[in-house]
Design a protein around this ligand. Sequence first.
Ligand SMILES: [Zn+2]
Length: 415
Amino acid sequence: MTQTIKKTIAILLLNVFFGLVLQCMGSIAIAKEMIDRKPLVILISIDGFKPSYLDRGITPNLKLFASQGVIADGMISVFPSITFPNHVSLVTGQFPEHHGIVNNVMFDDTIPDQLFTLSSRQAVQNPAWWNQANPIWNTLARQGKISSTLFWPGSEALIQGRQPRDWLDFDGSMSSSIRSEKLLSWLSDSSKERADFATLYFNEVDTQGHHYGPESKEVNVAISSVDQALGELRLGLEKLGILDRVTFVITSDHGMATVPDENVINVLPILEKNVTFKMQWYGPIAGFANEGKSNEADFLNQLSKVEHMSCWSKTKPPAGNHFNHNNRIPDILCLADTGWTITNDPSRKVLRGQHGFDPNNKDMHALFIASGFQIPNKKIGLIKNIDVYNFLCKLLQVKPDANDGSSDLSDIILN
Ligand SMILES: [Zn+2]
């Protein structure tokens, strides 16, 4: 082969190479234009995250969201300050007595063969437990909008005949980072229309808070891990070219309080004298069902003499408690003072961190940050969990279903 022919072939090959490069660049440009620019609201829950965790210097990404948007001094949970009731209130704007998810453990005479617990996939996926209220993904679906929920209580069940378009069976072993990655994969899937609303749920801060307490180094590791996953989510959205269209609403369901081993209230002696009362719930909030015709007043009178808790009949709840009108709420309720726990088995291990206490107690306050598209930059005071649903509907420009919340949060942030 002569030098000239070699040169010609080389030039031809170079032309082909650059042609291909240019073609690729062209298709990248077209793909970018095709990326859906419609707004996206992402509701995030970091289970058991107290606002004071932000002061530990280990949450650069949460700090960035807060510094560019709105952060509340705290968010007051609905009663009881427990995971499932609060997650469902966040997405329905209804009190637990109305949406029906009154605790993580529930008994219901009309669902006689099933106990509701978080670990029972059968119960968690049974519509009968959930049908009392429509979550926001149903509100959105009826108004033509799409939801992708990477875990949220209720997302696994068909509720009033509907479900989010994208959802997964809950998998507590999936790392926070993989959860962000999975959500990003849904949002970037070009084979179907991108969602208008997404959720992301992280449980590791709650899990470590329960085992080791809110002051532990283990909880700090979990806080850092979730913060990092949020940084990865943000970066992924930026790479997708939609970060400027995303509103982040970052919440938690409740706080966490330290419970020393000795702060146990043992009600077993009283139960042994009142055998028709069955203890359905134990912990910071205890619930007793009257399965006979025993005198409730007598039982209440005996309970009221016990220190470090207050008790009432569900028909006479404390003011502002909104925890009465549902058959799943036991007849008699007792609430421990913050930092105490109620049991009928003194040998049961005491969890170092617990929640379920009075939602007005600062240790129970939840996190609220809103940041990104449509959100101004300001600090706000204490807000209420029950108002978040209306705020989300306002961001998403849909008409909310009837609910127990007000427009207070939307007014403070968006006006
Ligand atoms: Zn929780």
